[in-house]
Design a protein around this ligand. Structure first.
Ligand code: SF4
Ligand code: SF4
Length: 338
C-alpha cells in the first residue's frame, strides 16, 4: 500500500488494509434540498439547495440493481430525501425489486406541507426509519437544528409510534441517531440508548428500537465550526489518539457504495461530500453494468477517516466496536445529525 496521509500511515503501521467486499448496501443521496439548515450539516443542505436526483438517474439505478443481487439494502439520504419529487416512486420501485429500504429522516419533514401522507406511505412500504433526535433536551436540539425543531420532532415521533413504528412486534423499525457536538467522541452507545429510552418514555411517551451513536466527521460545516472555535487540531488529535484497529476492520466503506444525486459513485457519504471519487477516479452509474464491478476499486482514504475509526468507531449504522472502552464516558447530550 502507498499511503501518503496520516490515516494511510496508521493503517500501514497496524498492517490493516481496507479491502472492499462485494457491496451489500447502496446509499443514495436524493439531493441537497432540506427543510432545515442545521449548523453542523456535513452535506451543507438547506431550503435553498436545488440539487435533486432526477427520475432518469433513479431509473438507471433500478436497471443496475436488476443485475446486482448482492445489494440487499437501499439507504436513502439527503438533504431531506422525502422532498425529492420522485421519492415515492423511488421507494415503491426498489421495494418492488425486493430491497430493504432505510429512510434517513429528519422527522420535521413529515409535518411539512404536502408531506402529510409520507409517514403512512413509509409504513405501507415497510421502510425502516433512521431519524434525527440529537438530544432529549429541547434547548439543545433547537440550538443545533433551529427554533421549534424539538417540539416538531416529538410530534413526528408520536405520529410514527401511532402508526406502529418502534413498537414491539410491529416489524416497523424506528432508530434514532446521536452525534456529539464539539471536540469529543460519542459516549457508550448502549448506555446512552438506555438513557434516551427512559427519558423519551417518561417525558413524552415515545418508544423506539435502537440508538445509533455517530462520530462527527471533520468535514464541511462541522470542520468550519471547529476551525472557527480554534478546536480543529484538538479534535483531530482526539480522533488520532483514539484510533481503534478493531473499528478500522469494520468500516462501512468495505460493504457500501455511495451514489451522489447526479449519479456519481463514491466510497461513502463523506467522500461524496468531499468530491473524492471511488478509487480516486470519476465514475458514474452510466460507466458500469453492475455494482460488483466496483470491487476492484481501492477505497480512497484520508485524514477525515479518523472519524470512522476513533473510540468505538462510527458508521451509518452506529458504533463499530461495541466492546471498546475507548468512548468518551461523559455524555454530552447535544448532537448533529444527518
Ligand atoms: S470516511 Fe468513508 S472512506 Fe473513510 S473510513 Fe469512513 S467510510 Fe471509509
Ligand atoms: S443535518 Fe440533516 S436535517 Fe439538518 S440540514 Fe443537514 S440534511 Fe437537513
Amino acid at each position: 500500500m502507498n499511503n501518503t496521509n496520516d490515516f494511510g500511515a496508521i493503517l500501514d503501521k497496524h498492517q490493516l488494509q481496507f479491502d472492499r467486499n462485494n457491496p451489500t448496501t447502496l446509499q443514495v443521496n436524493l439531493g441537497k434540498l432540506c427543510n432545515q439548515a442545521c449548523l453542523h450539516c456535513h452535506v451543507d443542505a438547506g431550503p435553498n439547495r436545488t440539487e435533486i436526483m432526477t427520475k432518469e438517474t433513479i431509473d438507471r439505478l433500478l436497471l443496475l440493481i436488476e443485475s446486482s443481487d448482492e445489494i440487499q439494502t437501499i439507504d436513502v439520504t439527503g438533504g431531506a430525501p422525502e422532498l425529492n419529487p420522485h421519492f415515492k416512486y423511488f421507494v415503491h420501485e426498489f421495494r418492488k425489486a425486493n430491497k430493504n429500504i432505510i429512510d434517513r429522516c429528519n422527522l420535521t419533514v413529515l409535518l411539512e406541507p404536502e408531506q402529510e401522507d409520507t409517514a403512512l406511505f413509509l409504513k405501507e412500504h415497510n421502510v425502516q426509519i433512521i431519524c434525527s433526535l440529537p438530544c432529549y433536551l429541547e434547548n439543545n436540539v433547537d440550538r443545533q437544528r433551529g427554533k421549534g425543531v424539538f417540539s416538531k420532532s416529538v410530534e413526528a415521533l408520536k405520529l410514527l409510534n401511532d402508526l406502529g413504528y418502534g413498537k414491539p412486534n410491529s416489524g416497523l423499525v424506528l432508530n434514532i441517531v446521536y452525534n456529539p457536538i464539539g471536540a469529543s467522541l460519542p459516549p457508550d452507545q448502549m448506555t446512552l440508548e438506555m438513557q434516551y429510552k427512559s427519558i423519551l418514555l417518561e417525558d413524552y411517551d415515545i418508544v423506539f428500537n435502537n440508538l445509533l451513536t455517530m462520530t462527527n466527521i471533520p468535514i464541511k460545516r462541522f470542520k468550519r465550526m471547529l476551525i472557527n472555535d480554534d478546536n480543529y487540531n484538538k479534535y483531530m488529535t482526539i480522533l488520532k489518539d483514539n484510533f481503534n484497529p478493531m473499528a478500522a476492520r469494520n468500516v462501512m466503506c468495505r460493504d457500501l457504495i455511495s451514489i451522489g444525486w447526479e449519479g456519481s459513485v463514491y466510497d461513502c457519504d463523506f467522500n461524496q461530500m468531499l468530491e473524492i471519487p471511488i478509487g480516486n477516479q470519476v465514475t458514474t452509474i452510466w460507466d458500469i453494468d453492475n455494482f460488483a464491478e466496483l470491487m476492484i476499486k481501492s477505497i480512497a482514504v484520508n485524514n477525515h477517516c479518523f472519524g470512522c475509526t476513533a473510540g468505538a468507531g462510527s458508521s451509518c449504522g452506529g458504533a463499530l466496536d461495541s466492546g471498546s472502552e475507548k468512548s468518551d464516558s461523559k455524555i454530552q447530550p447535544v448532537a448533529i445529525i444527518n
